[in-house]
Design a protein around this ligand. Structure first.
Ligand SMILES: [Zn+2]
Length: 210
């Protein structure tokens, strides 16, 4: 699978390539044509470790919990020294809290596990590129590495739409790796919105008249 890897300090992406990438980037939300997303993801490629894939699959399981609870399916796990110390899934509807994104919840549980808000040396795996709010929280919590699944062409805060991480004012070095299991992560989101549309169609349908 082709993937994206972007490092804050030493990006291999040249300016001309970055401009080219912008030109080919999908313009709409998760419902975009998968072919467009594939071409976007394949613009950059690198290899991920089997450990990265293992933890992204755990994040996908968290996303599936959100799906089953009729939340937008985004899941996250935080790993330190090969051990999961925090996890979370999107709970915006359940908690009626616009900030209850998977990453925010996972950061909170990781801090509880360590009894320390500083998450130096931790890697955060999330199925969708963090939004600017979560990217800011990641910087504040001192997470060392972000690994995301699908890029978010609507509100990605790690380089796709906005880049909160690269050259951040806090001068925190955070490695960003994107695109791992992107098709599966995006597929879950697409399936969710498809199901929501179907359910909406069912409930909104007028009774048929003879
Ligand atoms: Zn977020």
């Amino acid at each position: 699978m082709n993937n994206v890897k972007i490092k804050e300090e030493s990006s291999d992406l040249k300016v001309s390539e970055a401009n080219d990438l912008k030109a080919t980037r999908p313009q709409s939300e998760f419902t975009n044509d998968p072919v467009s997303l594939s071409s976007f993801v394949s613009r950059l490629s690198s290899n991920f470790s089997s450990e990265d894939e293992k933890f992204m699959r755990m994040a996908l399981r968290q996303a599936q919990i959100a799906f089953d609870m009729k939340e937008i399916p985004i899941g996250c796990v935080i790993v330190k020294d090969g051990v999961v110390i925090g996890k979370g899934y999107n709970q915006v509807e359940q908690l009626k809290d616009a900030t209850a994104h998977a990453e925010i919840i996972a950061i909170g549980t990781a801090a509880s596990t360590l009894d320390n808000w500083r998450l130096d040396g931790c890697t955060l795996y999330v199925t969708l590129e963090p939004c600017p709010m979560c990217a800011g929280a990641i910087l504040n919590s001192r997470v060392s590495r972000i690994v995301y699944g699908s890029p978010d062409s609507r509100f990605g805060g790690c380089g796709t739409t906005i880049d909160v991480i690269t050259g951040n004012a806090l001068k925190r070095a955070v490695e960003v790796t994107g695109g791992i299991l992107a098709d599966e992560c995006l597929g879950l989101l697409k399936g969710f919105f498809q199901q929501m549309r179907l359910e909406k169609g069912d409930t909104g349908a007028k009774p048929q008249t003879p």
